[in-house]
Design a protein around this ligand. Structure first.
Ligand code: NDP
Ligand code: MG
Length: 397
Protein backbone atom coordinates (compact mmCIF):
# COMPACT_ATOMS: atom_id res chain seq x y z
CA UNK A 1 0.00 0.00 0.00
CA UNK A 2 1.43 3.38 -1.05
CA UNK A 3 0.59 6.01 1.59
CA UNK A 4 0.14 9.39 -0.03
CA UNK A 5 0.34 12.87 1.51
CA UNK A 6 -1.67 15.38 -0.51
CA UNK A 7 -0.40 18.87 0.33
CA UNK A 8 -2.83 21.39 -1.14
CA UNK A 9 -5.64 18.82 -0.89
CA UNK A 10 -8.40 21.46 -1.17
CA UNK A 11 -7.05 22.84 -4.47
CA UNK A 12 -7.47 21.88 -8.09
CA UNK A 13 -4.48 19.50 -8.24
CA UNK A 14 -5.42 18.13 -4.81
CA UNK A 15 -8.89 17.22 -6.10
CA UNK A 16 -7.44 15.53 -9.19
CA UNK A 17 -4.96 13.57 -7.06
CA UNK A 18 -7.70 12.38 -4.70
CA UNK A 19 -9.84 11.38 -7.68
CA UNK A 20 -7.04 9.12 -8.95
CA UNK A 21 -6.42 7.70 -5.45
CA UNK A 22 -10.09 6.77 -5.11
CA UNK A 23 -9.81 4.59 -8.23
CA UNK A 24 -7.08 2.43 -6.63
CA UNK A 25 -8.08 1.60 -3.04
CA UNK A 26 -6.06 -1.62 -3.29
CA UNK A 27 -2.74 0.19 -3.78
CA UNK A 28 -3.12 3.89 -2.83
CA UNK A 29 -4.28 5.51 0.40
CA UNK A 30 -4.44 9.20 1.41
CA UNK A 31 -2.57 9.19 4.73
CA UNK A 32 -1.99 12.96 5.13
CA UNK A 33 -4.21 15.77 3.87
CA UNK A 34 -3.13 19.41 4.15
CA UNK A 35 -4.66 22.77 3.29
CA UNK A 36 -3.93 26.45 3.84
CA UNK A 37 -7.01 27.98 5.47
CA UNK A 38 -10.15 26.30 4.10
CA UNK A 39 -10.76 24.26 7.23
CA UNK A 40 -14.33 23.21 6.38
CA UNK A 41 -13.25 21.91 2.98
CA UNK A 42 -10.41 20.02 4.67
CA UNK A 43 -12.82 18.50 7.21
CA UNK A 44 -15.11 17.37 4.38
CA UNK A 45 -12.15 15.64 2.70
CA UNK A 46 -11.22 13.98 5.99
CA UNK A 47 -14.74 12.56 6.29
CA UNK A 48 -14.37 11.02 2.84
CA UNK A 49 -10.75 9.82 2.94
CA UNK A 50 -10.20 9.21 6.68
CA UNK A 51 -6.46 10.09 6.60
CA UNK A 52 -4.21 9.40 9.60
CA UNK A 53 -3.24 13.11 9.73
CA UNK A 54 -4.79 16.43 8.68
CA UNK A 55 -2.86 19.70 8.67
CA UNK A 56 -4.14 23.24 8.38
CA UNK A 57 -1.35 25.76 7.69
CA UNK A 58 -3.17 28.62 9.42
CA UNK A 59 -2.48 27.98 13.11
CA UNK A 60 -5.50 30.02 14.21
CA UNK A 61 -7.72 27.28 12.76
CA UNK A 62 -6.25 24.40 14.76
CA UNK A 63 -9.08 24.18 17.28
CA UNK A 64 -11.73 24.14 14.55
CA UNK A 65 -9.92 21.33 12.79
CA UNK A 66 -9.36 19.30 15.97
CA UNK A 67 -12.95 19.72 17.18
CA UNK A 68 -14.39 19.06 13.73
CA UNK A 69 -12.47 15.80 13.47
CA UNK A 70 -13.60 14.78 16.96
CA UNK A 71 -17.26 15.62 16.28
CA UNK A 72 -17.14 13.53 13.11
CA UNK A 73 -15.74 10.62 15.14
CA UNK A 74 -12.68 10.35 12.90
CA UNK A 75 -9.38 8.76 13.92
CA UNK A 76 -7.51 11.55 12.09
CA UNK A 77 -4.93 13.48 14.12
CA UNK A 78 -5.11 17.29 13.80
CA UNK A 79 -2.04 19.48 13.20
CA UNK A 80 -1.51 23.15 12.37
CA UNK A 81 1.26 25.38 11.06
CA UNK A 82 3.98 25.09 8.45
CA UNK A 83 6.52 23.34 10.74
CA UNK A 84 3.97 20.54 11.34
CA UNK A 85 3.40 20.30 7.60
CA UNK A 86 7.14 20.00 6.96
CA UNK A 87 7.55 17.36 9.65
CA UNK A 88 4.73 15.22 8.27
CA UNK A 89 5.96 15.59 4.67
CA UNK A 90 9.29 14.10 5.74
CA UNK A 91 7.92 11.54 8.21
CA UNK A 92 7.06 7.88 7.84
CA UNK A 93 3.36 8.79 7.75
CA UNK A 94 3.74 8.81 3.95
CA UNK A 95 5.73 7.20 1.13
CA UNK A 96 4.64 9.66 -1.55
CA UNK A 97 4.10 13.41 -1.35
CA UNK A 98 1.91 15.29 -3.82
CA UNK A 99 3.36 18.82 -3.58
CA UNK A 100 0.35 20.87 -4.72
CA UNK A 101 0.45 23.96 -2.51
CA UNK A 102 0.37 27.11 -4.62
CA UNK A 103 3.30 29.52 -4.61
CA UNK A 104 6.48 29.86 -2.58
CA UNK A 105 4.48 28.69 0.46
CA UNK A 106 5.04 25.17 -0.89
CA UNK A 107 8.84 25.33 -0.76
CA UNK A 108 9.60 24.14 2.77
CA UNK A 109 7.34 21.06 2.67
CA UNK A 110 8.60 20.17 -0.81
CA UNK A 111 12.20 20.42 0.46
CA UNK A 112 11.31 18.30 3.50
CA UNK A 113 9.89 15.56 1.25
CA UNK A 114 12.96 15.71 -1.02
CA UNK A 115 15.38 15.47 1.92
CA UNK A 116 13.46 12.51 3.34
CA UNK A 117 13.74 10.57 0.07
CA UNK A 118 10.05 10.46 -0.77
CA UNK A 119 8.48 9.83 -4.13
CA UNK A 120 7.80 13.48 -4.84
CA UNK A 121 4.98 14.31 -7.23
CA UNK A 122 5.92 17.92 -7.89
CA UNK A 123 3.16 20.26 -9.03
CA UNK A 124 4.40 23.25 -7.01
CA UNK A 125 6.57 24.73 -9.78
CA UNK A 126 7.29 27.88 -7.75
CA UNK A 127 9.55 25.89 -5.41
CA UNK A 128 11.76 24.92 -8.37
CA UNK A 129 11.79 28.49 -9.68
CA UNK A 130 12.70 29.87 -6.27
CA UNK A 131 15.26 27.28 -5.22
CA UNK A 132 15.80 24.88 -8.12
CA UNK A 133 19.43 23.97 -7.46
CA UNK A 134 18.85 23.42 -3.75
CA UNK A 135 15.72 21.36 -4.31
CA UNK A 136 17.34 19.14 -6.92
CA UNK A 137 20.39 18.68 -4.66
CA UNK A 138 18.14 17.83 -1.69
CA UNK A 139 16.37 15.20 -3.81
CA UNK A 140 19.68 13.70 -4.97
CA UNK A 141 21.11 13.59 -1.46
CA UNK A 142 17.90 12.34 0.13
CA UNK A 143 17.34 9.72 -2.58
CA UNK A 144 13.95 11.18 -3.56
CA UNK A 145 12.38 10.42 -6.94
CA UNK A 146 10.90 13.57 -8.41
CA UNK A 147 8.08 12.98 -10.86
CA UNK A 148 6.97 16.27 -12.39
CA UNK A 149 3.20 16.78 -12.41
CA UNK A 150 3.12 19.95 -14.49
CA UNK A 151 1.69 18.48 -17.70
CA UNK A 152 4.54 19.65 -19.95
CA UNK A 153 7.26 18.30 -17.67
CA UNK A 154 5.32 15.13 -17.05
CA UNK A 155 5.19 14.75 -20.86
CA UNK A 156 8.98 15.20 -21.08
CA UNK A 157 9.45 12.75 -18.20
CA UNK A 158 7.39 10.20 -20.14
CA UNK A 159 9.32 10.86 -23.38
CA UNK A 160 12.61 10.32 -21.55
CA UNK A 161 11.16 7.15 -19.98
CA UNK A 162 13.44 7.37 -17.00
CA UNK A 163 16.60 7.91 -19.11
CA UNK A 164 18.16 11.11 -17.82
CA UNK A 165 21.14 11.24 -20.20
CA UNK A 166 20.69 14.87 -21.16
CA UNK A 167 23.64 14.65 -23.58
CA UNK A 168 21.32 12.86 -26.03
CA UNK A 169 18.64 15.50 -25.73
CA UNK A 170 19.10 18.36 -28.17
CA UNK A 171 16.04 20.48 -27.41
CA UNK A 172 12.90 20.65 -25.33
CA UNK A 173 9.78 22.29 -26.75
CA UNK A 174 7.26 23.32 -24.12
CA UNK A 175 3.80 23.76 -25.56
CA UNK A 176 1.50 26.53 -24.33
CA UNK A 177 -2.22 26.85 -24.95
CA UNK A 178 -1.78 30.63 -25.30
CA UNK A 179 -4.34 31.21 -22.52
CA UNK A 180 -7.63 33.11 -22.78
CA UNK A 181 -6.10 36.15 -24.51
CA UNK A 182 -4.23 34.47 -27.35
CA UNK A 183 -4.27 36.66 -30.45
CA UNK A 184 -4.94 39.91 -28.58
CA UNK A 185 -2.60 42.88 -28.92
CA UNK A 186 -0.98 44.60 -25.95
CA UNK A 187 -3.46 47.49 -26.21
CA UNK A 188 -6.41 45.11 -26.14
CA UNK A 189 -5.14 43.63 -22.87
CA UNK A 190 -5.25 46.89 -20.90
CA UNK A 191 -8.84 46.48 -19.73
CA UNK A 192 -9.16 42.71 -19.20
CA UNK A 193 -10.69 41.66 -15.87
CA UNK A 194 -9.71 38.96 -13.35
CA UNK A 195 -12.86 36.99 -14.28
CA UNK A 196 -11.78 36.95 -17.94
CA UNK A 197 -8.20 36.06 -17.02
CA UNK A 198 -9.13 33.01 -14.93
CA UNK A 199 -11.48 31.61 -17.62
CA UNK A 200 -8.92 29.33 -19.23
CA UNK A 201 -10.03 27.83 -22.55
CA UNK A 202 -8.53 24.35 -22.00
CA UNK A 203 -7.56 23.68 -18.40
CA UNK A 204 -9.50 24.03 -15.15
CA UNK A 205 -7.00 25.30 -12.55
CA UNK A 206 -6.61 27.45 -9.44
CA UNK A 207 -6.76 31.26 -9.80
CA UNK A 208 -3.02 32.03 -9.53
CA UNK A 209 -1.86 29.64 -12.23
CA UNK A 210 -4.81 30.68 -14.41
CA UNK A 211 -3.64 34.31 -14.35
CA UNK A 212 -0.07 33.11 -14.98
CA UNK A 213 -1.37 31.27 -18.05
CA UNK A 214 -3.08 34.44 -19.26
CA UNK A 215 0.16 36.49 -18.98
CA UNK A 216 2.33 33.55 -20.23
CA UNK A 217 4.35 33.85 -17.01
CA UNK A 218 3.24 30.28 -16.37
CA UNK A 219 5.21 29.18 -19.42
CA UNK A 220 8.14 31.28 -18.26
CA UNK A 221 8.11 29.58 -14.85
CA UNK A 222 7.93 26.27 -16.71
CA UNK A 223 11.06 27.12 -18.72
CA UNK A 224 12.95 27.58 -15.43
CA UNK A 225 11.31 24.41 -14.08
CA UNK A 226 12.44 22.41 -17.16
CA UNK A 227 15.98 23.74 -16.82
CA UNK A 228 16.25 22.37 -13.28
CA UNK A 229 14.38 19.12 -13.79
CA UNK A 230 16.17 18.03 -16.95
CA UNK A 231 19.49 19.91 -16.74
CA UNK A 232 18.97 21.70 -20.05
CA UNK A 233 20.30 25.26 -20.63
CA UNK A 234 17.86 28.01 -21.63
CA UNK A 235 19.06 28.13 -25.25
CA UNK A 236 17.88 24.55 -25.73
CA UNK A 237 14.38 25.24 -24.38
CA UNK A 238 11.75 26.62 -26.76
CA UNK A 239 8.11 27.57 -26.29
CA UNK A 240 5.46 27.04 -28.96
CA UNK A 241 1.82 28.04 -28.67
CA UNK A 242 -0.40 25.04 -29.43
CA UNK A 243 -4.03 26.09 -28.96
CA UNK A 244 -5.50 22.57 -28.94
CA UNK A 245 -3.48 21.62 -25.79
CA UNK A 246 -3.25 17.99 -26.89
CA UNK A 247 0.53 17.75 -27.45
CA UNK A 248 1.88 18.38 -23.96
CA UNK A 249 5.54 18.84 -24.95
CA UNK A 250 8.17 17.57 -27.38
CA UNK A 251 11.72 16.29 -26.86
CA UNK A 252 14.21 16.38 -29.76
CA UNK A 253 17.10 13.91 -29.55
CA UNK A 254 20.52 14.15 -31.23
CA UNK A 255 19.62 11.40 -33.72
CA UNK A 256 16.81 13.44 -35.27
CA UNK A 257 13.99 11.73 -33.38
CA UNK A 258 11.34 13.90 -31.75
CA UNK A 259 9.10 12.33 -29.13
CA UNK A 260 5.91 13.95 -27.89
CA UNK A 261 3.27 12.95 -25.37
CA UNK A 262 -0.36 13.55 -26.29
CA UNK A 263 -3.56 13.34 -24.28
CA UNK A 264 -6.68 15.21 -23.29
CA UNK A 265 -5.99 18.25 -21.08
CA UNK A 266 -6.75 16.67 -17.69
CA UNK A 267 -4.21 16.66 -14.85
CA UNK A 268 -5.32 13.22 -13.67
CA UNK A 269 -3.15 11.67 -16.39
CA UNK A 270 0.02 13.27 -15.01
CA UNK A 271 -0.98 12.35 -11.46
CA UNK A 272 -1.64 8.72 -12.44
CA UNK A 273 1.80 8.61 -14.09
CA UNK A 274 3.31 9.91 -10.86
CA UNK A 275 1.39 7.54 -8.61
CA UNK A 276 1.83 4.43 -10.71
CA UNK A 277 5.28 4.89 -12.29
CA UNK A 278 6.86 2.80 -13.77
CA UNK A 279 3.50 1.08 -14.21
CA UNK A 280 0.53 2.67 -15.94
CA UNK A 281 -2.65 2.90 -13.89
CA UNK A 282 -6.15 4.11 -14.75
CA UNK A 283 -6.75 7.83 -14.23
CA UNK A 284 -10.36 8.29 -15.30
CA UNK A 285 -9.23 10.26 -18.36
CA UNK A 286 -10.61 9.02 -21.67
CA UNK A 287 -8.52 8.14 -24.71
CA UNK A 288 -7.60 10.88 -27.14
CA UNK A 289 -9.49 10.81 -30.44
CA UNK A 290 -7.81 13.34 -32.71
CA UNK A 291 -10.69 13.33 -35.19
CA UNK A 292 -13.32 14.18 -32.61
CA UNK A 293 -10.96 16.86 -31.24
CA UNK A 294 -11.14 18.64 -34.61
CA UNK A 295 -8.41 16.75 -36.42
CA UNK A 296 -5.92 19.60 -36.27
CA UNK A 297 -2.73 20.25 -34.33
CA UNK A 298 -1.51 23.83 -34.77
CA UNK A 299 1.64 25.54 -33.53
CA UNK A 300 2.71 29.20 -33.55
CA UNK A 301 5.41 31.38 -32.00
CA UNK A 302 4.43 33.26 -28.80
CA UNK A 303 3.75 37.00 -29.08
CA UNK A 304 6.37 38.47 -26.75
CA UNK A 305 5.16 42.04 -27.27
CA UNK A 306 1.68 41.32 -25.88
CA UNK A 307 3.03 38.77 -23.35
CA UNK A 308 6.43 40.06 -22.14
CA UNK A 309 6.39 37.85 -19.02
CA UNK A 310 7.73 34.90 -20.99
CA UNK A 311 10.82 36.87 -22.06
CA UNK A 312 11.24 38.10 -18.47
CA UNK A 313 11.49 34.52 -17.22
CA UNK A 314 14.16 33.69 -19.82
CA UNK A 315 16.01 36.82 -18.68
CA UNK A 316 15.84 35.73 -15.01
CA UNK A 317 17.01 32.20 -15.85
CA UNK A 318 19.95 33.53 -17.84
CA UNK A 319 20.87 36.02 -15.07
CA UNK A 320 20.78 33.12 -12.56
CA UNK A 321 21.49 33.54 -8.83
CA UNK A 322 18.60 35.13 -6.99
CA UNK A 323 16.94 36.49 -10.18
CA UNK A 324 14.37 33.66 -10.59
CA UNK A 325 13.42 33.99 -6.89
CA UNK A 326 12.87 37.73 -7.41
CA UNK A 327 10.85 37.09 -10.56
CA UNK A 328 8.65 34.57 -8.76
CA UNK A 329 8.06 36.71 -5.67
CA UNK A 330 7.23 39.84 -7.68
CA UNK A 331 4.89 37.83 -9.87
CA UNK A 332 3.04 36.22 -6.93
CA UNK A 333 2.58 39.65 -5.36
CA UNK A 334 1.38 41.28 -8.58
CA UNK A 335 -0.99 38.43 -9.49
CA UNK A 336 -2.56 38.54 -6.04
CA UNK A 337 -3.11 42.33 -6.42
CA UNK A 338 -4.61 41.81 -9.89
CA UNK A 339 -7.01 39.16 -8.55
CA UNK A 340 -8.08 41.63 -5.85
CA UNK A 341 -8.81 44.26 -8.51
CA UNK A 342 -6.04 46.56 -7.26
CA UNK A 343 -4.00 46.74 -10.49
CA UNK A 344 -4.63 46.23 -14.19
CA UNK A 345 -3.45 43.23 -16.22
CA UNK A 346 -0.58 45.11 -17.89
CA UNK A 347 0.76 46.23 -14.51
CA UNK A 348 1.67 42.60 -13.73
CA UNK A 349 4.66 42.47 -16.15
CA UNK A 350 5.50 46.10 -15.30
CA UNK A 351 5.81 45.27 -11.60
CA UNK A 352 7.84 42.13 -12.27
CA UNK A 353 10.19 43.99 -14.65
CA UNK A 354 10.59 46.93 -12.26
CA UNK A 355 11.36 44.56 -9.36
CA UNK A 356 13.89 42.61 -11.44
CA UNK A 357 15.50 45.88 -12.52
CA UNK A 358 15.77 47.14 -8.93
CA UNK A 359 16.54 44.27 -6.53
CA UNK A 360 20.30 43.55 -6.76
CA UNK A 361 21.15 40.02 -7.92
CA UNK A 362 23.29 37.76 -5.77
CA UNK A 363 24.64 34.21 -6.15
CA UNK A 364 22.05 31.68 -4.93
CA UNK A 365 24.44 30.10 -2.47
CA UNK A 366 22.02 29.33 0.36
CA UNK A 367 18.35 29.01 1.14
CA UNK A 368 18.63 32.06 3.42
CA UNK A 369 19.94 34.19 0.54
CA UNK A 370 17.05 33.06 -1.68
CA UNK A 371 14.43 33.64 0.99
CA UNK A 372 15.87 37.10 1.71
CA UNK A 373 15.63 37.94 -2.02
CA UNK A 374 12.04 36.66 -1.99
CA UNK A 375 11.15 38.93 0.97
CA UNK A 376 12.86 41.93 -0.58
CA UNK A 377 11.14 41.43 -3.93
CA UNK A 378 7.71 41.08 -2.28
CA UNK A 379 8.26 44.32 -0.32
CA UNK A 380 9.28 46.26 -3.42
CA UNK A 381 6.48 44.77 -5.57
CA UNK A 382 3.93 45.65 -2.84
CA UNK A 383 5.16 49.26 -2.80
CA UNK A 384 4.89 49.40 -6.60
CA UNK A 385 1.30 48.13 -6.48
CA UNK A 386 0.37 51.34 -4.70
CA UNK A 387 2.27 53.36 -7.29
CA UNK A 388 1.66 51.93 -10.80
CA UNK A 389 3.22 55.00 -12.44
CA UNK A 390 6.55 54.30 -10.66
CA UNK A 391 6.31 50.66 -11.69
CA UNK A 392 5.81 51.68 -15.31
CA UNK A 393 8.77 54.08 -15.14
CA UNK A 394 11.10 51.66 -13.31
CA UNK A 395 10.20 48.90 -15.77
CA UNK A 396 11.62 51.05 -18.53
CA UNK A 397 14.97 51.88 -16.87
P1 NDP B 1 -5.31 26.02 -6.03
O1 NDP B 1 -5.35 27.46 -5.78
O2 NDP B 1 -6.48 25.34 -6.64
O3 NDP B 1 -4.98 25.23 -4.67
C1 NDP B 1 -3.92 25.63 -3.85
C2 NDP B 1 -3.80 24.74 -2.64
O4 NDP B 1 -2.72 25.21 -1.83
C3 NDP B 1 -5.05 24.74 -1.75
O5 NDP B 1 -5.23 23.47 -1.20
C4 NDP B 1 -4.68 25.76 -0.66
O6 NDP B 1 -5.35 25.58 0.56
C5 NDP B 1 -3.20 25.41 -0.50
N1 NDP B 1 -2.45 26.50 0.13
C6 NDP B 1 -2.43 27.80 -0.25
N2 NDP B 1 -1.60 28.50 0.56
C7 NDP B 1 -1.11 27.61 1.45
C8 NDP B 1 -0.22 27.72 2.56
N3 NDP B 1 0.33 28.87 2.91
N4 NDP B 1 0.08 26.59 3.23
C9 NDP B 1 -0.47 25.42 2.91
N5 NDP B 1 -1.33 25.25 1.90
C10 NDP B 1 -1.65 26.34 1.18
O7 NDP B 1 -3.99 25.75 -6.92
P2 NDP B 1 -3.72 24.63 -8.02
O8 NDP B 1 -4.15 23.29 -7.51
O9 NDP B 1 -4.20 25.10 -9.33
O10 NDP B 1 -2.13 24.68 -8.11
C11 NDP B 1 -1.30 24.11 -7.13
C12 NDP B 1 0.14 24.07 -7.64
O11 NDP B 1 0.19 23.19 -8.76
C13 NDP B 1 0.64 25.43 -8.13
O12 NDP B 1 2.00 25.55 -7.83
C14 NDP B 1 0.46 25.36 -9.64
O13 NDP B 1 1.38 26.15 -10.35
C15 NDP B 1 0.70 23.88 -9.89
N6 NDP B 1 0.06 23.37 -11.10
C16 NDP B 1 -1.31 23.36 -11.19
C17 NDP B 1 -1.94 22.89 -12.33
C18 NDP B 1 -3.44 22.81 -12.40
O14 NDP B 1 -3.96 22.24 -13.37
N7 NDP B 1 -4.19 23.33 -11.45
C19 NDP B 1 -1.16 22.45 -13.49
C20 NDP B 1 0.25 22.48 -13.29
C21 NDP B 1 0.84 22.92 -12.13
P3 NDP B 1 -6.73 26.40 0.86
O15 NDP B 1 -7.74 25.81 -0.06
O16 NDP B 1 -6.99 26.09 2.28
O17 NDP B 1 -6.43 27.83 0.58
MG1 MG C 1 1.91 23.39 -17.22
Amino acid sequence: MQRVAVLGATGSIGASALDVLTRHPDRLRASVLAAGSQVDALLALCRTYRPAHAVIADEALYVRLRDGLQEAGLPTQAHAGMPALDTLAGSDACDTVVAAIVGAAGLSSTLAAARAGKRLLLANKESLVLAGELLMAAAREGGATIIPIDSEHNAIFQCLAGCNDTATLSRITLTASGGPFRGRSRDELAQVTPAQAVAHPKWSMGPKISVDSATLMNKGLEVIEAHHLFGVPSERIRVLVHPQSLVHSIVDFIDGSSLAQLGLPDMRTALAVGLGWPQRIESGVGALDLLSEGGRLEFEAPDLDAFPSLALAFRALEAGGTAPAVLNAANETAVSAFLQGRIGFLSIPDIVTATLNTVPMQPADSLDTLLAADVRARALASALIDSPASAHKLART
